[in-house]
Design a protein around this ligand. Sequence first.
Ligand code: FE2
Ligand code: FE2
Length: 497
Amino acid sequence: MSAEDTLSDSAGAMAADRFVEINYDDVIPNNVALSSDKQLQRALEGWRPNYLGWWNNMGPVGYQASQVYLRTAVGVDPAGWAKFGYVKMPAYRWGILLAPKIEARTIPFGRHKGEPAWQDVPGEHRALLRRLIVVQGDTEPASVEQQRFLGATAPSLYDMRNLFQVNVEEGRHLWAMVYLLVKYFGKDGREEAQALLERQSGQMDNPRILGAFNERTPDWLSFFMFTFFTDRDGKMQLAALAESGFDPLSRTCRFMLTEEAHHMFVGETGVQRTIDATCAAMVKAGIKDPHDVEAVRKLDVVDLPLLQRKLNFHASVTRDLFGADISSNAADAFSSGIKGRFNEANLKGDDHQLQDATYPVTRVVDGKIAVEQEPALRALNARLLDDFIADCQGGIDRWNKAVEKAGVAFRFVQPHKGFNRRIGEFAGKRISPAGEVLTEDEWKAKSGDWLPNDDDMQFISSLMKPCHEPGKYASWIAPPRVGVNNQPGDFEYVKIA
Ligand SMILES: [Fe+2]
Ligand SMILES: [Fe+2]
């Protein structure tokens, strides 16, 4: 075989680290030269029927025989990595895709800083790495399970397609983590891969690992808020793991981040379009006061105060995913070179080892909110959470611009970091969205104004009527500004079978 033949050939002939195109001839599409590692290939091909079984049992309810206009990754080049076309979801090509290897990459932080990145699992950090990969992996199928009933109430075919796109990509993220477990963790890894298909979101006996992934996603507003907030937690975690000294994890997470961006887009624009529909209806009906809830709800749109309560709920539940603000596990993961900070390699002006650095941590001291300096190494979760809160603000500012443009007097705000928390410094404390420390009685009297109440949920559920005609949208949501892949407004994103 000539050198040229090798270049145009598919995965097997090429060394994994040079290979960036994806081989779609294999049962499992991949750019990791899977066919050159027969044992790994067999193990993953053995897991595949179990995955498909999980998808069929726990994935989207209905629509599995419908043709959905989905994007599939065809390369890992950021400039053009996906192609669009109709596919039935169970036939989606879930693949194993790593971002290109960076030559001579070094570990960017921790006590191994400056050493060559590991291509294999360092024995001393094996247990910690495995745990982090399992926890990340567990969130991927969990969100598919949480969203499985939403197809039936989709407010348009466009939205239904976006839901299914997110779902198949979360499925692919599971593949990404399972690849690492099976390739690098032997028998333990294979057992973990199986357990990832057995835990179930919201199940009493064998729930998903993290709390927010056991909450229900009962309606489309919840879905949009979830993809805005909770997928953004995914982004932050993946970004921190993309800094990892364990290079295969870093490359896996870097590619996942390209997909994650779309999930947050779905969330941000979904809420945005909900706001657009509300404001347009209010203006048309001449309703000036956004708090005139009764009048607004009569228009079959979502009142803005209710959206704020949904925001409060999803923001606070998602913040709990960052774990204890002060954490020796997070310190270990950092010192070991396993999990960095957000944007670690580009952070200027510090030693990336955090020996003497401090970080301001917010907590309740003597009944008042106070900021105290803590060793930065132990406050890494607090820092990642702060980075997350800052990252959320961009989208919220854009929502507020839309409200302002419509001439409606209302502003969305993020609740205080301590509001409605169960994990971290504020667990067990009662903090108002504005950041006042409350007594239990004060909290009880007010929390119905701050979190979605039964009335809200009933109203939302009354709006969740399917709208499955091409180009049509439910009353409560505006059409998107542009179609997927620039398709026209009446494009049939799902051919319902
Ligand atoms: Fe994901
Ligand atoms: Fe996601």
